[in-house]
Design a protein around this ligand. Sequence first.
Ligand code: ZN
Ligand code: MN
Length: 477
Amino acid sequence: MSTAYEAVIGLEIHVQLNCRTKMFCRCPNRPGDEPNRNTCPICLWLPGNLPLFSREALEKATCACLSLNCEVQRESAFDQKVYYYPDLPKGFQLSQFHHPLAKNGWLDITDADGLSTRIRIQKIHMEEDVARLVHEQEGKTPVSLVDFNRAGAPLVEIVTQPDLRSPQQAMEFLRYLRTRLRYSGSSECSMEQGTMRVDANVSIRPRGSDRMNTKVEIKNMNSIRHVGDAIAYEIARQENTLHVGEEVVLHTRLWDPEKRITTAMRGKFEGPCVPDPSVPRIVIDDEWLEEMRRNLPEMPDRKAGRFASQYGLTAEEAALMSSERDVSEYFEAVAKRGVSARLAAQWIAGQVLPLMKEHNDAPAQNGVDPERFADLLLLLEREEINANAAKEVLKKLRESSASPGEIVAEFGYRQVSGAAELEAIVERVLAENPSAVENFRKGISKAMGFLMGKAMQASGGKANPRLLKEIMDRKIR
Ligand code: ZN
Ligand code: MN
């Protein structure tokens, strides 16, 4: 964007809570099952049935609010948000409009330059999800089918203040938000599975102005990258609009990830929001809220601080090891087994995470449990195997239940540390490569690397690199 303008961005994020049941009935909360399997008269919204509010939904929603530093309200209530659409045939959605569950939260985000910005969260309210429409073709006739598995699924909607100023900030905020919600245990926040969906409100104004100009809403984005791309596109579109002397008009747009543009969508009918008489007010007491607060898992930034002080990790290592809850738990289980914690962090970042990514595993079931991984690192620390061998053993651990020691024995990975054996190797390599020796003595330092490589190869990759280097240094001078 040109330097004359700045963007003003607010986000509304719908997050599906990972409850066992739906919000107002006891149907399983599994929207991905065979269509219309998880339904009952309540969530099919048939007349004459009263909603039955789920305690688990309140607990998970409260966890989410606490993890985002919100003030949980002692009283909240549901309203009927009235609109008709085929995915909402009962004509209204149960949502908290007038009395939301929580207000006044915040998250501090850090940009690439290390600058910290506080993004305020205006409110978080609970609401039920709507049904899902599936558009198909039956012969020549287009048909729309309705799947009620998602109807009544428990959601929270998180509404930020318009504190974000760039697509990058919006993306960073969403990453922070997702990490904290996952840590809190309230949601998987999987954009692929649609358990986190984002709307963005975007306007622009002359830089330095505090005016709030007409905004445009971009609806229902399902990836963080799409959010960034759509906001960037929308900022440029609004700048162009002003540039040609037109005005930005309040409306809703949709992001088209294929064409990478936003397109105008027909304005949605904004109906009234009236207090719902069928769900009792939600009243929370201090004792319960304190208990929820006590049970909230340690949050990532606090955990990173603890990892740095307790285990001596660098700030970067600590941030990486605490970036996801399952990674942090894996790291800590390994570090507690008497291995150098920094070695563990480096090997998790450098080897375990890439290996998991390659095989699409979660740390908890990556096939290399923390106990065996710690044993492997101990072999490396004691110089019984070298780093090359350790990488090979790690791959084999994934596919077997053997211990690292057994794998080392079976495949002959034990490091060669015998001085006599290493000296013999070095003498042979020096004799076979007189010109490299000559070059090294002339001061060409990369000749050393060449000779080390040859010697390591001659040992079948098993030489203790530290001893090998010592002997090589001594012999060559
Ligand atoms: Zn139901
Ligand atoms: Mn909503």
